[in-house]
Design a protein around this ligand. Structure first.
Ligand code: HAM
Length: 421
């Protein structure tokens, strides 16, 4: 039997309700903040990610699905990569299509699959899905706060409770180099006690040491110099204003000096929402400011900030919460002579906007009621011999178990009253 590739999964019809709800909430909420959807290709030239995300990151150094494209007529081929995240592709699209020229405060969001060759575990897949949000061209800290507030509101709108917002600043090209050197010097002193990966990172990218999850390294990492103590004046002021506005809006956060994030493009504000219920892969969403990225990818000097949410993780947290009802009205037809009448009513109810289902196989009452219940039907419309002879439907409200006889001519109106209030 051929199975799904390791680290990929099907999203089955029983699960799709939550996925659609999460997508619909994104479209509806983000629109209110001025974001419009953008769809970029699933694969891009490898160098976009290598340059954008950073060669020393885990993503680029060991997790990319990279392949050679077919050769062109001249015998040349390109190295291509399945997108491991959305930001680099969105930035490329902004630059290539000059989107910032018509909209200097451009706001976009994207929803779709990403690909990382990771060690598979609960909440960590090789094909996973993100809701990604990016805002360009606004340097003011108010946009940082707006985007964080939107992220928090989005999780609330989806019904997620009990998560924690983490916040940090990673400085910029003015102050980070000096901090990196300070960190490197401190790390060299501890090198022999650190894991192999961290020993290598001391020289290649010391900030990545702060991401290390190896238990034995944790005590050493906690004692390292903190970036918050090394921020330059403008970065310090930016961070202070972000915190002030978050307080103003009553958004609770915890400052986390180790939140440098796994991608190299971040400057200043970084943030993550974590949930204890997720286990070791506890990050529901993460993001931050990336003021140098557009320019680094040969675009204009345009600031940027954004975040991405892991849809599998959010859906996992919401599972069991809200079951998506699949049926407004279920037609339980017990009189075989009533079938044509039921078919006509089914069409009319669907035309009136109601999810309507009926049983074509002529099952008994008990089995049909069980099915209606499983589908989450709000109303069951019963048609037995008695109803047929009297020209009525018995309408049962599944929540209250009340039922009443409703004349054929009034049945659509009755369903509308019941379901639309
Ligand atoms: P990231 O932290 O790499 O950031 O990913 C964002 C979210 O995607 C994570 O918080 C997690 O929920 C989900 N995620 C990441 N890897 C996996 C995986 N292997 N399986 C399941 N879920 C996963 C970014 O991707 C940045 N592009 C975010 C951003 C946008 N920064 C600025 N703009």
């Amino acid at each position: 039997m051929i199975r799904a590739v390791k680290g990929t999964h099907d999203i089955l019809p029983d699960e799709i309700g939550l996925w659609q709800m999460v997508e619909a909430s994104a479209r509806s909420l983000f629109g209110r903040y001025g974001y419009r959807e953008i769809r970029t290709p699933v694969f891009e030239e490898t160098q976009l990610f290598a340059r954008g995300i950073g060669g020393e990151t885990d993503i680029v150094s060991k997790e990319m699905y990279t392949f050679e494209d077919r050769m062109d007529k001249e015998g040349r081929s390109n190295s291509l990569t399945l997108r491991p995240e959305a930001t680099a592709g969105v930035v490329r699209a902004v630059i290539e299509n000059h989107l910032h020229q018509t909209d200097p405060a451009l706001k976009v969001f994207a929803i779709g699959p990403m690909f990382r060759a990771e060690n598979v575990q609960k909440g960590r897949y090789r094909q996973f899905h993100q809701v990604d949000v990016e805002a360009f061209g606004v340097a003011d800290p108010s946009i940082d706060v707006e985007i964080i507030e939107m992220a928090v509101s989005y999780l609330e709108a989806c019904g997620l409770a009990g998560s924690t917002l983490l916040l940090n600043s990673v400085g910029d090209s003015e102050c980070r180099p000096a901090y990196t050197e300070k960190l490197r010097a401190a790390l060299r002193k501890e090198a022999s006690r650190l894991c192999g990966d961290c020993q290598r990172r001391i020289e290649t990218n010391p900030l990545r040491v702060l991401d290390c999850k190896v238990p034995e390294d944790q005590e050493i990492i906690e004692g390292l110099p903190r970036i918050a103590d090394s921020l330059c004046g403008p970065c310090e002021a930016h961070f202070a204003e972000v915190r002030r506005e978050l307080d103003l809006l009553g958004i609770a956060y915890r400052q986390s000096h180790r939140l440098v994030r796994g991608l190299d493009y971040y400057t200043r504000t970084t943030f993550e929402v974590v949930s204890g219920a997720l286990g070791s892969q506890n990050s529901v969403l993460g993001g931050g400011r990336y003021d140098g990225l557009v320019k680094d990818l040969d675009g204009p000097d345009l600031t940027g900030i954004g975040f991405a949410l892991g849809m599998e993780r959010l859906v996992m947290l919401l599972e069991g919460g809200r079951a998506a009802p699949r049926c407004d009205a279920y037609l339980a037809v017990l009189a075989s002579a009533g079938r044509d009448k039921a078919l006509l009513l089914q069409r009319e109810l669907r035309r009136s906007g109601f999810a309507t289902l009926m049983d074509y196989a002529g099952h008994g009452l008990k089995s049909q009621m069980k099915r209606a219940d499983k589908l989450g039907a709000r109303l069951v419309l019963l048609l037995g011999d008695d109803e047929l002879s009297k020209g009525v439907w018995t309408v049962r409200d599944m929540a209250s178990s009340n039922q009443q006889a409703v004349d054929d001519a009034r049945v659509i109106e009755h369903v509308k009253e019941k379901l639309h209030g």
